[in-house]
Design a protein around this ligand. Structure first.
Ligand SMILES: Cc1ncc(COP(=O)(O)O)c(C=O)c1O
Length: 287
């Protein structure tokens, strides 16, 4: 029997109960395993407090609504479960993964008659990229982010991650840390699990989140940039517009703030703005 995430101790909350780590199982005929009909969240706790907890659990509800189903626990209840989970697992600095999926009552492609299930897991996860990496290398992805009428692009829906998985598989096999995806129009969109910021001529640019996840960290960092007096512009950006970038960084709940030193063949310096944002974000999440 494999060990989930290489560990075999701890508790996972599933459908109303805390169960031992290795016993958090679902049926192989669960609808979501076959058709990707679920939603999930990714959030971090710092010193026992989950950063933007309510926003994450509200987004879980909103993502489910975009997929046409309702999570049978309120946002306030999910907040309580998440905090209880951390306490039971004796975790203060941790990653939390809520996931909601459709059960195995039917394998029709239609999901609306199936049960809605919810689980929350938490574990220690210090850094998304190897700790010693100061700046990450991104490959250009072959896959693009779809148009809003091709997929529920604003939902954090697990079925949508296949193009991200394929892009990150290829990127890692080629020696990159992650991949940068364009959208269906050819504009720069996002990484496989993070949003992107590009600094040029004393201004910070970030793509308009009109066909990908408007990250909670993206919104937080935009606010921090404004507070620090930086000019920030949301704009459709073509790949050639990164050519003279002074610095590039990416953001996400798992990634936090991470400098980018390479995209495809182009190299970028580690920059002061990313450094300042790393510090400011690090302070904010621990406040
Ligand atoms: C595809 C994708 N884009 C962006 C993000 C960043 O979102 P957030 O800052 O809310 O974690 C994530 C991570 O959740 C993601 O999976």
């Amino acid at each position: 029997m494999y060990k989930a995430l290489g560990q075999d101790s701890g508790w996972i909350w599933i459908n109303g109960e805390f169960v031992p780590w290795q016993e958090a199982k679902i049926h192989v005929l669960s609808h979501t395993l076959h058709y990707g009909s679920g939603v999930f969240e990714g959030e971090r706790a710092y010193n026992g407090k989950i950063f933007k907890m309510t926003e994450h659990h509200q987004r879980l509800h909103d993502s489910a609504a975009m997929l046409g189903f309702e999570i049978p626990y309120t946002v306030a209840e999910i907040n309580e479960i998440a905090l209880e989970l951390l306490a039971r697992n004796h975790l203060k600095d941790a990653y939390i993964r809520p996931v909601a999926w459709h059960g195995p009552e039917s394998l029709s492609v239609a999901s609306y008659k199936n049960s809605v299930n919810l689980a929350l897991a938490s574990w220690q996860w210090t850094s998304y990229f190897p700790k010693e990496v100061l700046g990450v290398k991104l490959a250009w992805a072959d896959w693009v982010r779809p148009a809003p009428n091709m997929a529920p692009v604003h939902a954090k829906a697990n079925g949508q991650y296949i193009s991200a998985t394929l892009s990150k598989n290829k990127a890692e096999k080629e020696g990159f840390h992650d991949a940068l995806m364009l959208d269906y129009r050819g504009y720069i969109a996002e990484c496989t699990g993070a949003n992107i910021f590009i600094a040029k001529d004393q201004t910070v640019y970030t793509p308009i989140a009109d066909c990908f996840l408007n990250g909670i960290t993206r919104q937080t960092v935009m606010q921090l940039l404004k507070e620090k007096g930086f000019k920030i512009i949301e704009k459709h950006l073509m790949p050639e517009e990164i050519k003279n970038a002074e610095e590039i960084f990416i953001t996400g709940s798992a990634v936090e703030v991470q400098s980018v030193i390479q995209i495809g063949e182009q190299h970028f310096p580690l920059g002061a703005i990313a450094g300042e944002m790393k510090t400011a974000y690090g302070q904010l999440v621990r406040e």
